[in-house]
Design a protein. Structure first.
Length: 173
């Protein structure tokens, strides 16, 4: 004889509201990380930037049980160094390729320093001072249309992801 109780998960949610809070935070964090990854992939279809170079500039704040908010800050003032655009040392300076379908450009007089992590250029004829050579900021790479499209995709996935998280926390009881 089988007995099936329908709606037991709803009863448990009422008895233990922490489950809903935990599931909501887990859902927000999962969808947020997916949003960040998908946005990076879309940008990389146009620009020849390393994923690590782009992701390091995007600042995320995870949702917690007490603060059910996930956010990603796309700074407009933090430009990406040219080392993340496939920089190579050539005889006259440094060669970079910014667009995937574009040509390589040579920055004359530039050099790779900081143990291969940064492209620099001298400000004058003297040895110092030097300045970093940067391309564009992540906000210039991520268009408003792309951002809105990815947010809408995350909204569509939210109910399914919440159900997965909710079922996970219910199974722990």
């Amino acid at each position: 004889m089988d007995v099936k109780l329908e709606g037991l998960d709803k009863v448990l949610a009422v008895l233990n509201p922490d489950i809903v809070t935990k599931a909501t935070a887990a859902t927000l964090n999962t969808l947020g990380e997916q949003l960040k990854t998908q946005t990076t992939k879309e940008v990389r279809q146009t620009y020849n930037v390393k994923a690590s170079g782009l992701k390091s500039k995007l600042k995320t704040t995870k949702a917690t049980w007490s603060n059910l908010k996930w956010s990603m800050e796309v700074p407009s003032d933090k430009r990406v160094n040219l080392i993340h655009f496939g920089a190579r040392k050539v005889a006259t300076g440094v060669s970079v390729k910014i667009l995937k379908d574009g040509d390589r450009k040579v920055i004359k007089g530039a050099f790779i320093g900081n143990k291969g992590k940064t492209v620099f250029k001298r400000k004058g004829k003297e040895r110092l001072p030097i300045k970093t050579v940067t391309a564009m900021s992540p906000s210039q790479m991520i268009s408003v249309k792309l951002r809105d499209k990815k947010i809408e995709e995350a909204r569509k996935k939210a109910p399914e992801q919440f159900k997965k998280s909710f079922d996970f926390y219910i199974s722990k009881i």
